[in-house]
Design a protein around this ligand. Sequence first.
Ligand SMILES: [Zn+2]
Length: 260
Amino acid sequence: MEILIGVIVFVLGLCFGSFVNMLVYRTAVDYKLENKKFKVKGEKRSFCDYCGRQLKWYENIPVFSWLILKGKTKCCHKKLPLSYPVVELVMGFLFLISVFIGRPQESPLQFGLGFLIIVFLVFSAVFDLKYMILPDFSTVILIMCGLVLLVGTRHGAYLQNIIVALGASGFLLILNLITKGNGMGMGDVKLAIFMGLFLGGPKTILAFYVAFIVGAIVGLILMIFKKATKKSQVPFGPFMILGILVAWWWGEKVVELIKL
Ligand SMILES: [Zn+2]
């Protein structure tokens, strides 16, 4: 039974990963970050990124299609980004972790909104990695989820999380002003509001800690391999999002460990 649930949750994750890939592409087209040279009727079904041909069902299966097609489109033989299957797999594993390790005793509201939060966190992370932007609509959806959870589960103790949200966001705003926008973007400042609302006090500090440490390590590694110079930009959003996931799922254990 456990295995069956695991398989279903994993496959569900793969499908939502596919959805995230599509949303990233269409948002990029909307933001004029990608040029689309063709017009697609209806825009409802999936189409080839390059020539606009409608995809057959077997070209639309997460991960497997990419493997079967050897990472190229069937119609125009253009390279399909490796990020497509990677994002799908990452989503599959995040869904698995969230169901089995992260938070087994949750209400249906927390459970459902939890999936939605994972979807838009991953969307924001992928978009920030690709285009250095955290889209506002995704952050707004996350903040709404955070507010609903706060009202639905905290039974009146909202004030602490609201103060933490303002504090976290203010902290990044100061960093943004000091670095003149070279380190933190305004997107990070807005995402911090969700972070504080959703995680509350100690876990927000943990999330920042994870974000800064991992961000610094990755920055160093990139510099060693000359992929980045001191001036080149590494988006902070994905590290914040990693911090949020870690603090969300393992935060209580870590906070307990530190208290001992
Ligand atoms: Zn094509």
